[in-house]
Design a protein around this ligand. Structure first.
Ligand code: DAH
Length: 352
């Protein structure tokens, strides 16, 4: 028995020494102390010895176990330390290093965030199609964000927007805009007041919703709104504009579709979707296994909206759309998770 125990200890020590990672060591742990280990077998065989021999063998086994456990624990500390040191080196981000100006290469200079680049490119695409660029405020009144867009108080469609209200003025009257559609209202009111119709404009900007961040949602995100108000505008103009835009932004071969949908401010309305660029339509975590990713909504401006801003819908018609800039960038660059945009990891950001 004594020789057997010595052998267990020797082999155990060798195995502990040979493990080069904490993962491998965990395996050795099971092999040494698990139910099927030589140590457990020796324990089980104690019963067949006579009382004196059993006492002596029991003591030796106890010592052997304690010895091996000590070696294993010490080895675990050493391996964990070197693994952590290696991780620190590979993950090193030196924020204190100052590079003298004359040594800094053009590559070490900062640049615009991917989302800002996407916004600029989208503006360029639409300017190329004859649109102007406009902006509106991020804090809005209930009128601009909801009511003028054909969503009176208590309209069920307000439920689509988990709204963040600002604590100024009457309760629930000032809010962080939940979409860029209120900028349409500002443009149409101004044009009606000053007699400057038609309108061909895109309106990029930040939007806010009480959403839990996930692969496709952020509580602060960016949209680009589009609005055309002119004589004789049809759904064909809308579909053609979106098709031209898709090719200009994604290149040839990106599959897109318009799906019937409901928005209070357009009639008819549609959702704009493209084949998920991550899985090419097969289904993945980014598209929640649907194979398509919704990039925004669109439709023909509802006559009730024209009425709210004082535009005669017998003379004028129009289309509108609102696309998520972050999602457009996500799909174009095949990034699986929107949260990467917010993490400020220089290794991610410097790729674009
Ligand atoms: N504002 C909508 C949203 O964020 C998107 C949208 C739908 C904008 C239809 C439009 C439109 O201009 O016509 O959910």
């Amino acid at each position: 028995m004594q020789r057997e125990i010595e052998q267990i200890v020797n082999e155990g020590n060798a195995a502990i020494g040979a493990a080069t990672s904490t993962e491998a060591l965990a395996q050795v742990d099971t092999e040494l102390f698990g139910k099927r280990s030589a140590l457990s077998a020796a324990h089980r065989s104690l019963g067949s010895l006579d009382p004196d021999a059993r006492k002596e063998a029991g003591r030796l086994l106890h010592e052997a176990r304690a010895l091996l456990e000590g070696q294993l624990a010490a080895r675990r500390v050493t391996l964990a330390q070197s693994e952590r040191a290696a991780l620190l080196v590979s993950d090193r981000l030196d924020l204190t290093e100052v590079i003298p100006a004359q040594m800094a290469s053009p590559l070490s200079r900062g640049h615009l965030h991917l989302v800002s680049q996407a916004r600029d490119e989208l503006e360029d695409v639409f300017v190329g199609m004859g649109f102007e660029v406009a902006e509106g405020p991020e804090a809005e009144s209930d009128w601009y964000n909801f009511e003028a867009l054909n969503m009176p108080p208590a309209h069920p469609a307000r439920g689509m927007y988990d709204t963040m209200y600002l604590d100024i003025g009457e309760p629930e009257t000032v809010l962080l805009r939940t979409h860029t559609s209120p900028v349409q209202i500002h443009l149409m009111e101004d044009a009606a007041r000053h007699g400057t119709l038609p309108i061909h404009a895109v309106m990029p900007g930040k939007c806010f919703r009480l959403d839990t961040p996930d692969a496709r949602h952020l509580p602060v995100f960016n949209q680009i709104e589009g609005l055309v108000v002119d004589r004789g505008i049809t759904f064909g103009d809308l579909a053609g504009t979106i098709q031209t835009f898709t090719t200009a932004y994604f290149g040839e071969g990106m599959q897109s579709r318009l799906r019937p949908a409901y928005f209070p401010f357009t009639e008819p309305s549609a959702e704009y979707e493209i084949t998920c660029a991550i899985c090419r339509g097969a289904g993945c975590r980014t598209c929640s296994n649907i194979g398509w990713v919704e990039l925004g909504g669109c439709g023909m401006v509802d006559p009730a909206v024209f009425a709210a801003v004082g535009i005669d819908s017998d003379e004028w018609s129009g289309f509108a759309f609102g696309f998520g800039i972050d999602r457009l960038a996500l799909m174009r660059h095949e990034i699986p998770d929107l949260r990467s945009f917010m993490e400020n990891d220089i290794r991610f950001l410097s790729q674009f």
